[in-house]
Design a binder for this molecule. Structure first.
Ligand code: GLU
Length: 548
C-alpha cells in the first residue's frame, strides 16, 4: 500500500505552501459580469507569426470589448528553444500591431498582481499542486529511462497498439513504496505522472466557442506533469496558471484539441473550474487547387516581420485579419467607413472552425483602401519611417523636404474617390520617385511618331508654358499645340476613324508626360508640373528635347 502523505513528503520536502494559501494570494478578480479574462501564452522562440496575431487579436477583442483583462504569460518551460531577446521581440511586435496587454510579462519584469508571468519563475507554485495531487493519490513518480520508454514504444508499434504510457504499460503506476524509495535513494531521475482514471471506451460532449459541440474521448494516458528537472509540462502549467490567473477564456491554436480531454481531467482532479475554450483553426493557403497550412519553412509571409519589411501598414494588416476572422466585418466596414475597427462587435463564434485561408491579393486590396483613407501627413510619416529602415536613400529624400513630399502625397487624396496607387510603402518609390531628379528615368518616346513631331510639341510647350496658368488655361494650350501639329482634339471622331488622324491630344499629353516624369503613367500632369515647379518642369522638358 502506498502511503500518500509519506510519498508527497518524500518527493516535495521543500513545499510548505498550500493550495489554500495560493487561492488567497491570487484572489478572484473583481470584474463586471461577463468580463472576459484571457491571455496570450506564447513561447519565446523569437519567431512571431501571423497565427500569433490572429490569436492575439481574438483574445484582445474578447477581453477589451467585454471590459475584461488581457495578459501576457511567457511559456518559457522549454529552455532549449528559448532565444535571447525573444520576449522583447514578442512584446514589441504585438504592440506594433495594436495588441496592448493590461498585465503580464513586460520587457524587464512583470506588471500585475497575478505573476510571476514567466513560467520558469513559477516552479514553486506548480510544486504546491504537484504535492497536492500526490497526497490525493492522483499523481506518482515514474523512474523510466528514455531507453525503457522507447523500447516500450517500439513494442507497442510492433503489436499495433496505441503508443503511450497507459494501462499495463504504466509500469510505475502501482509500484510499492519500497521500490519508489529504493529508486529515490539511488538518485534516479523521475518525472511526475498523472494517474488517469479515464477510459477510451467513454466519450463526452464538449462545447468549444469556435468548434461548436464536440464529442471527445476520455484520456487514459498517464501524462507527465513535471519533467525530471521539476519544470512542468505545458498541460500542467496550463491548468495551474490559468486557474490562478483567473482566466475565463483560453484562446489557443487547435493543435491543443487532441490533449483537451487530458486538460479537462486535470482541471477536475485539481478541483479547478474549467475555463471556456476558443480553439482557433490554422492559417492556410492555396497551393494549386488544394489548401495547406502556412509553414514556417516554406512561407515567408507567415512571419510578422515580413509585413513590416514589405511595407504593409499596421492598419491594413489589422483590417485584413478582422476581415478574415469575422465574415461580417467587411459589410460593417462599408457601412462605417470612418469608424475605428475596435468599434466593430467581434465574435469568436464567427471564426471559421476549419481555419482561414490567407489571401495575399485580398490583403493587398485591403491595404490599398487603408492607405487611400489616410491623410497625406499620416502617409508621409508612415512611409518615411518605413523608408528610413528599408530604403534609406529614399527615406533621406523624403526627409530632406517634408512639405514637398506631402504635396506629392496629397495628389488625389481626400474626396469621394481617392486614388489608390499604393498597396504598400514599397510601391511608393515607383509611384512618386520621378519627383526626385535622381530617380527620374529617361523617357522612351513611342516609336510610331516622328521624332521631329515630338520635338516640336516640346518646343511649343516650352514657348507657351506659364506655371501661373490654371488647369483650364493649361489644357487649352495643350489643345492648341495639338491642332498646330495637325493632331486632333476630337477624341470621338478619332475613335470612329483612327486612320484619318496622325495623332490626338492624348498623344501630345503622353509626350509631355514622358518628358516630365519619364513614365507613361502618372497622376494628373498639370498637378505634377505645379508640384515640380516651373524651373524643374522646363529643365526636364529641355533635357528630354535634347535626346530627340
Ligand atoms: N505556449 C503554447 C503555445 O505557444 C500556448 C498555448 C495556449 O495559449 O495555451 O502554443
Amino acid at each position: 500500500m502506498i502511503n500518500h502523505t509519506e510519498l508527497a513528503q518524500l518527493l516535495f520536502p521543500q513545499v510548505t505552501d498550500t493550495p489554500e494559501m495560493l487561492e488567497e494570494r491570487y484572489p478572484l478578480r473583481q470584474l463586471p459580469e461577463g468580463a472576459v479574462v484571457t491571455r496570450m501564452a506564447p513561447s519565446p522562440t523569437g519567431f512571431v507569426h501571423l497565427g500569433n496575431l490572429v490569436q492575439g487579436l481574438t483574445a484582445e477583442r474578447m477581453a477589451h470589448q467585454s471590459g475584461g483583462v488581457l495578459f501576457l504569460r511567457v511559456e518559457d518551460t522549454d529552455a532549449k528553444r528559448e532565444v535571447p531577446g525573444a520576449v522583447e521581440v514578442l512584446i514589441n511586435t504585438l504592440k506594433h500591431y495594436g495588441i496592448q496587454f493590461d498585465e503580464g510579462a513586460v520587457i524587464d519584469g512583470d506588471c500585475g498582481r497575478y505573476g510571476p508571468y514567466r513560467q520558469r519563475q513559477r516552479a514553486a507554485i506548480y510544486h504546491v499542486y504537484a504535492k497536492k495531487l500526490v497526497l490525493e493519490g492522483k499523481a506518482y513518480p515514474c523512474f523510466c529511462t528514455e531507453e525503457e520508454l522507447s523500447a516500450m514504444r517500439e513494442q507497442q508499434e510492433a503489436e499495433k497498439e496505441t503508443t503511450g504510457y497507459y494501462g499495463r504499460y504504466a509500469i510505475w503506476r502501482d509500484r510499492s513504496m519500497e521500490d519508489i524509495r529504493k529508486a529515490l535513494d539511488a538518485g534516479k531521475p523521475w518525472v511526475l505522472r498523472f494517474r488517469s482514471t479515464g477510459s477510451i471506451e467513454n466519450q463526452f460532449k464538449f462545447d468549444d466557442l469556435v468548434k461548436g459541440k464536440l464529442t471527445v474521448t476520455e484520456n487514459n494516458v498517464d501524462h507527465v506533469l513535471l519533467k525530471s528537472d521539476g519544470i512542468p509540462t505545458y498541460h500542467f502549467a496550463h491548468a495551474v496558471d490559468d486557474h490562478l490567473m483567473r482566466t475565463t477564456h483560453v484562446v489557443r491554436g487547435d493543435e491543443w484539441l487532441s490533449t483537451l480531454p487530458f486538460h479537462i481531467q486535470l482541471f477536475q482532479a485539481l478541483g479547478f473550474k474549467l475555463p471556456k475554450y476558443v480553439h482557433i483553426g490554422p492559417l492556410m493557403k492555396m497551393e494549386g487547387a488544394s489548401k495547406r497550412k502556412l509553414s514556417k519553412r516554406k512561407d515567408p509571409e507567415l512571419a510578422l516581420t515580413y509585413y513590416k519589411a514589405a511595407g504593409f501598414p499596421v492598419e491594413a494588416v489589422y483590417e485584413y485579419i478582422m476581415t478574415l476572422l469575422n465574415s461580417n466585418f467587411e459589410d460593417w466596414r462599408r457601412a462605417n467607413p470612418a469608424a475605428a475597427p475596435t468599434d466593430f462587435k467581434f465574435s469568436p463564434k464567427k471564426l471559421n472552425p476549419a481555419g482561414n485561408l490567407f489571401d495575399y491579393a485580398k490583403l493587398t486590396d485591403v491595404s490599398k483602401n487603408e492607405i487611400a483613407k489616410m491623410s497625406a501627413d499620416k502617409v508621409y510619416d508612415l512611409l518615411t519611417e518605413w523608408a528610413k529602415e528599408f530604403d534609406p536613400d529614399f527615406g533621406a529624400k523624403l526627409e530632406s523636404d517634408p512639405a514637398y513630399a506631402i504635396r506629392i502625397l496629397s495628389i488625389g487624396r481626400g474626396g469621394k474617390k481617392p486614388r489608390k496607387d499604393l498597396a504598400t510603402w514599397k510601391d511608393a518609390k515607383e509611384y512618386m520617385g520621378f519627383f526626385y531628379d535622381e530617380y527620374l528615368s529617361l523617357p522612351a518616346f513611342p516609336e510610331q511618331f516622328d521624332k521631329a513631331v515630338i520635338a516640336s510639341v516640346l518646343d511649343k510647350f516650352l514657348e507657351s508654358y506659364d506655371c501661373a496658368d490654371d488647369s483650364g488655361v493649361w489644357f487649352e494650350k495643350v489643345k492648341a499645340i495639338t491642332e498646330e501639329i495637325g493632331f486632333t482634339t476630337d477624341m470621338k471622331a478619332y475613335k470612329a476613324n483612327p486612320a484619318a488622324f496622325p495623332g490626338t491630344v492624348a498623344d501630345v499629353s503622353a509626350f509631355l508626360r514622358l518628358a516630365v516624369t519619364g513614365k507613361s503613367n502618372s497622376p494628373d500632369l498639370y498637378t505634377v508640373m505645379q508640384i515640380l515647379g516651373s524651373q524643374r518642369t522646363t529643365a526636364r522638358i529641355r533635357a528630354a528635347r535634347s535626346l530627340l
